[in-house]
Each structure stands twice: as C-alpha cells, then as structure tokens.
Design a protein around this ligand. Sequence first.
Ligand code: GLY
Length: 353
Amino acid sequence: MKQVHVSASREYDILIGSGLIKNAGGLIKNVSSARKCLIVSDDNVYPVYGEAVLSRLTGSGMTVFSHVVPHGESSKNADCYFSILEKLAVLNFTRSDCVIALCGGVVGDLAGFAAATYMRGIDIIQMPTTLLAAVDASVGGKTAINLKQGKNLVGCFCQPKAVIIDTDTLSSLPEKEYLNGCAEIIKYGMIADSELLKSIMSSPVKDNYEDIIFRCVDIKRGFVENDEHDTGCRMLLNFGHTLGHAFEKLSSYTLPHGFAVAIGMAYITRSAYRQGLCGKDTSDTLTNALDKYRLPRFIDYPAEDIARAALIDKKADGSLINLIVPTMPGKCEIKKIPSSELSNWVKAGEAND
Ligand code: GLY
C-alpha cells in the first residue's frame, strides 16, 4: 500500500493499494469516530461493491445505511442532492456521523457537497472506484452539483477525512472508463511530470496502478496544499478543462469527462503551438499520448459555440478567462486572455499541424 498525506485546511491520508475494501471497517475507524454512516453510490457500482463495504463497516460496529443514485452525470443535480440530505435527516444523522462516497467522480462530488452542507458539514470519506476519481476527483475537496447553465456551478471546498483507493476495483473497469481516467493522468504528465508521460508511453497505466495513482495524487497534493481554494497554482489542474467542460455541455453530458478534457488539451496545445507559445515537441508529446490511449483530439462543434459554452463556466473571470497553456512537456502556465479572444484560440486549435 502507498500513502500520501495532505496538509490542507484538514489533514488527511490518501491510501492506495490492493484489497483495501476488505479493511474498510478498520481504515474508517482509524479516522472517524462516527457510529452511523451513509454509503452513497450509484446503480452500477453499488451492486458490485456495496455489500462488501457495508458488511465490513457493520462488522466493525457501525450502523450503516445506503443511498443509491442513477449512474451518470445527470445525477449531479439538485434533486439527487436534496434526496441525500433528506435521507440523512430522516435517519437522524448528526454532525458526528459520516458519509462514504463509494463510486466515481459524479457521486464523489454529489455526496461530498451533501456532506459539506448537511448540518453545516459532516465527515465524508471518499472511496473512488474509477480511475478518473482515484487520480483526480476524490482528492482535494472540490464538491459540486451542476446547473442547466453549466457544470459544477454550485458547490464548495470541503476536504475529506480520508481517501481510500482500492486498486482492485479498477481491474474490472470497462475500457472506456479506463481511458477516461488515462486522460487525467496524461494531464498530470503535461502540467507537472514529463517522466510520468514517458512511463505511461512505455508501459500501460493498468500495469502500474499503484505507482501511477500515487504519482498523480502526490502532484495534486502539492497544488492543493499551496492553493486549496483554486485561485493560483491549483488552476493548472484545469488544463484542458475550460474547453472540456464546454464540450461536455454541448454534448448534453454524453461525452465522458476525460474524453472532453483530452480534446480540450489537444485544442489548447495545437493553438499554443500555432501561436509560438510551445514547440512542436510539446504538441507531438500530447498527440502521441492521446493516440496511445485511444483518446480523441478533435470534435465537430463551431468555435463560437465552444467559446460561448466555455464562458459560462466558473473559470470565466469578468472579461478575462484563465487558460492553462503548455510551454513544454511537463510544464504549463496560467494565461489570462480576454474572453473575446477565446473563439480565436479555439479556431487556431481546430486544424492539425
Ligand atoms: N479537478 C481539478 C481540481 O481539483 O482542482
């Protein structure tokens, strides 16, 4: 097992290893004195792992309830959020009880926001079961639901009590979900670690889950510790996300998050290269990584529609927008550009070089 300690507004550990669900009772008791907990999951994941987690927690003396929402991004909505809050209230949960998010990033964000706001905040433990949630969404305390106007428009920062990543849950991921997570891993390589990019080019991510997840969450730890509330260096984690969120929205959330981020990274990198902000090696490095993991690099929406959808996203800052732009493999910078220039950036990223 590998462990990463995060020192943010709350200190917590991220545990990464095989078989951790079998020890869930002990691991959760180590960090929480809760006597009652609510497992929040979705209708894909709960049937596979729900009973195993529930029985381990019950076996360690906790009273355990579960709440299952439909799978998919559409569950990150106000109805599902209120259904969790009402379940907690009906079950008389108090501030000394806890919520466990057992699932991918959608449930992690949704359950995290419910836990952060129920009675002004009760403990949340993240148990991600997808690669994308393991390397990104479960770590760092961002919680949110979507509005019809855009993704993650309502939420707050609330660090978990612990993140428990059982790598066994990743071995049965469908191919598309695996590739979805690989997109975020490529992002970490592009923003902070060219050696990580080399390593995932020479052997597949799935052959080294523990090491690669450790490296990604350790990179994220650094950003979160330095800029928990996302006003400075943490914004680098948004590489590919400003356009990615626009693609998700334009596709009515049928395009998986990682795939959208992959296309977003590709557009910005092609655009940066054309504007002389990075070299061909940077653009080629990203292209090769996305191609190796069969991730898309293009999408067929008009540049104006993409820019309009992106500008409603929370990263729009008055008349300026923060774009994360690569300067070399393993290094990006935050560039403030006028919102009115975004569609030109998108246009410059449309064509292959
Ligand atoms: N997913 C990016 C962040 O947590 O800041």
